[in-house]
Ligand binder design. Structure first.
Ligand code: PEP
Ligand code: MG
Length: 589
């Protein structure tokens, strides 16, 4: 008999790509969400504070045990687990919870619930998806303490003894790192998203996962058959025979394709007529460096350093910055890492350094403007970079440059930082290339003069598009108008490349448009020297470039630059990339 199944489809966020099919295994903890408030008598407050401290200590010990048993392949993710360890004692949770118990005479559970909610709200106000991921860290750490407070049993994922798909409200990075790959096929969770640490670990382990499903853990029962489609962020509960067959085939096709692309990802991006373009990866966390290397990146073209500042409640120290930059520089060596100095505020607001709310943060005290106003913060970072530069192939890049003065001032501070280190006898190197991001239209206008001051330009098309078209990159209402292939943006890119050629200044694109394979004919034709992208895009972009002709792409880019409308550009690009689908298509290479 054919099983019809209910084919219940849930849409979530892809945490890690891939498809798996199997029996559900629920790993939820009870008792964490339902806590009650009660008053603690003055003479018992001390005891209550101790009860809280004991729960924190127990949580720390449990995590230390996980760290000690961390499997070899996850060692480069140690910092994720260590950052959770640090969060246990973070002021935002630890001190505030203790203060709440003392000052409000409330039970530890309620105090923790309250401060965790406040910390969560603080991060949630910020639009950046990475920060939404940090909310998960706070929730996970406070949940672990809560479990120890209420005496709930921790699920030991390492002890699962059958082949299953995990279903949970949430999985911590520590839980995920304990997954035995021969037992667990994939997982789905109510919480979390693409930039959560859990999903970063899942991607390393190549475990298909869908997150942010809302209430999946309440809908699925133990032993239900489920399909996890990590590519499209779908979960199918109780699939019919027909759906099962369809997904078995999809899974097979996906795995074969992935194996082929991965096998070819180390082959350089050389066009059919012999022109090679350097492709690098963008990273936000040191841990992502493995993906860049795995997917065949030839260096880090953009290390967005702000996330080390955003994921905590105070500025990092020089030592912390230096350690992180040094780790990245050493790991990627001999290839380069472009360390971009702090690009804070705008869409990535620092909760602890935002003195005034700005009406227009994208045009406000952001990036280099913030750094030049806060020499203490900037010097700390520059010293960290200079010290790390002694251990690898480091390039330094200043973001949001709008004119020559800013570059002169930033370079002056870099010199000053080097002089300080020299005087203090601390090892460093200042023998590196200095570049700027071209993100503000005034920088394109001034490119000739800026070229005298730097070794390279990196075009941040995400912001260049925003500022050229006056379209807020994070505003959904105008998202349909935001397009980096707008003729105005393409013309600006062309101008920058021309200045670069004339002044012998390398030109790279590190905005999202470099992650889209279909954009390659235009970008190749515009003669960029380097492209830096989301690591996962590297293999497909490489594959696309290997199929193109440089000379054809140049002619094509010239024609695209003649186009006057976004629609016109899009039609031309479609016709070039998929000529067989377009009757009047222009021949592709
Ligand atoms: C850009 O603006 O294109 C860029 C790469 O920087 P970010 O996305 O970090 O602003
Ligand atoms: Mg930018």
């Amino acid at each position: 008999m054919v099983d019809k199944g209910s084919d219940t489809v849930l849409k979530g966020i892809s945490g890690s790509p891939g498809i798996c099919i199997g029996q559900a295994y629920l790993v939820d903890r009870e008792g964490v969400d339902v806590v009650e408030k009660y008053t603690v008598l003055p003479e018992s407050i001390r005891e209550e504070v101790n009860r809280f401290k004991t729960a924190v200590k127990k949580s720390e010990d449990e995590l230390i045990e996980v760290i000690e048993e961390l499997p070899e392949e996850l060692h480069h993710h140690l910092t994720i687990l260590e950052s959770h360890l640090a969060l246990f004692k973070d002021k935002m949770l630890y001190e505030r919870a203790i203060n709440a118990i003392r000052e409000e005479a409330i039970n530890a559970e309620w105090a923790l619930k309250k401060v965790a909610a406040r910390a969560k709200a603080m991060f949630q106000d910020i639009a950046d998806p990475y920060l939404q991921g940090r909310v998960d860290d706070i929730v996970q750490v406070s949940d672990r303490i809560m479990m120890n407070l209420v005496g709930a049993d921790a699920v030991n994922i390492g002890n699962i003894d059958k082949r299953v798909v995990l279903v949970a409200k949430d999985l911590t990075p520590a839980d995920t790192s304990r997954i035995q790959l021969e037992r667990v096929k994939g997982f789905v969770t109510d919480r979390g998203g693409k930039t959560s640490h859990t999903s970063i670990i899942a991607r390393t382990l190549e475990l298909p996962s869908v997150m942010g499903l809302g209430n999946v853990s309440a809908l699925i029962k133990n032993d239900d058959i489920i399909i996890v489609d990590g590519n499209d962020g779908l979960v199918i509960i109780d699939p019919s025979d027909e759906t099962l067959l369809e997904y078995e085939e999809k899974k097979q096709r996906y795995e074969t394709r992935r194996a082929n692309i991965k096998r070819r990802s180390k082959i350089p991006a050389t066009t059919v007529d012999g022109v090679t373009i350097k492709l690098m990866g963008n990273i936000e966390l040191a841990e992502e460096i493995v993906s860049v290397m795995d997917y065949g990146g030839e260096g880090i073209g953009l290390f967005r350093t702000e996330f080390q500042y955003l994921s905590r409640s105070h500025f990092p120290t020089e030592e912390e910055l230096y350690e992180q930059y040094r780790e990245v520089a050493e790991l990627i060596f001999p290839e380069p890492v472009v360390i971009r100095t702090l690009d804070i505020n705008g869409d990535k607001a620092l909760a602890y350094a935002r003195e005034n709310d700005e009406e227009n943060p994208a045009l406000g005290l952001r990036a280099i403007r913030f750094c030049l106003q806060r020499p203490d913060v900037f010097m700390t970072q520059l010293r960290g970079i200079l010290r790390a530069a002694a251990f690898g192939n480091v390039r330094v890049m200043f973001p949001m440059i709008s004119g020559v003065e800013e570059v002169l001032e930033a370079k002056k501070m870099l010199k000053e930082a080097a002089a300080q280190l020299e005087a203090e006898g601390i090892p460093y190197s200042e023998n590196f290339e200095i570049g700027i991001m071209i993100e503000v239209p005034s920088a394109v206008v001034m490119a000739e003069r800026l070229a005298d001051e730097v070794d390279f330009f990196s075009i941040g098309t995400n912001d260049l598009t925003q500022y050229t078209l006056a379209i807020d990159r994070g505003n959904r209402k105008v998202a349909h108008l935001y397009n980096s292939l707008h003729p105005a943006v393409l013309r600006l890119i062309k101008q920058v490349v021309e200045v670069g050629k004339k002044h012998d200044v390398k030109v790279c694109i590190c905005g999202e448009m470099a992650s889209e394979p279909a954009n390659m004919p235009v970008l190749l034709g515009l003669e960029l020297d380097e492209l830096s992208m989301t690591p996962q895009s590297l293999p497909v972009v490489k594959e696309m470039i290997r199929g193109l002709s440089f000379s054809e792409s140049r002619k094509f880019a010239d024609r695209v630059l003649d186009e006057t409308t976004v629609g016109g550009v899009a039609t031309m690009m479609d016709a070039f990339v998929y000529p067989e689908e377009n009757e009047n298509g222009t021949a592709s290479a």
